[in-house]
Design a binder for this molecule. Structure first.
Ligand code: SF4
Length: 174
């Protein structure tokens, strides 16, 4: 039996940066610095769904947490996360180890330690000045918050870490 029984869950764009808001990706496809050590360690990878891509697609603007913190988006997150939660449950019941969940700090959806706020109202233009008002603040993105709650409801404890959305995409420890 060659399987390691070790699994990590990665935010979708760590394995596919094509899902990110146009102009934001720091790497062309997969984030090698995260994935290569996992492969070398024999850790299996589950790719989380990208909540923004599956909600409003590739032509979306960069938005803030306030804009995603709405009932329809939260319901969407719950719906796409339930199959993931069921998989985690089943793996744990069968003796597998979930080594962690890796999000993307700074993201309004996938931030673990930090998210971004700064909605300034209405159309994104010079008058509303949202681009200048965006700031990174401590807190979880909308989808990570919901995933945390869903796991808590099932009494599942998994550690979270994150890459940084900007700069060198460095990884906080698992
Ligand atoms: S951070 Fe989350 S929402 Fe943003 S592109 Fe990556 S997976 Fe999608």
């Amino acid at each position: 039996m060659k399987r390691s029984k070790k699994i990590v869950l990665l935010a979708h764009c760590i394995l596919n940066s094509n899902s990110k808001v146009v102009g934001l990706s720091q790497y062309p496809g997969c984030l090698d610095a995260v994935i290569t050590p996992l492969i070398q360690n024999g850790t299996g990878i589950i790719q989380l769904p990208c909540p923004e891509m599956t909600f409003i697609g590739l032509k979306r603007w960069g938005m803030t947490r306030e804009q995603y913190d709405i009932p329809t988006y939260k319901n969407h997150c719950r719906n796409i996360l339930m199959p993931i939660v069921y998989q985690i449950q089943d793996y744990l019941l069968n003796g597998y180890i979930i080594e962690g969940i890796v999000g993307v700090d700074g993201s309004p959806s996938c931030g673990v330690n930090n998210t971004c706020i700064g909605y300034s109202g209405g159309e994104w233009n010079k008058a509303t000045n949202q681009h200048q008002s965006i700031q990174e603040v401590p807190g979880k993105g909308v989808m990570i918050e919901i995933l945390t709650d869903l796991l808590l409801e099932e009494k599942i404890v998994v550690s979270f870490s994150a890459i940084k959305e900007t700069a060198d995409c460095s990884l906080s420890p698992l």
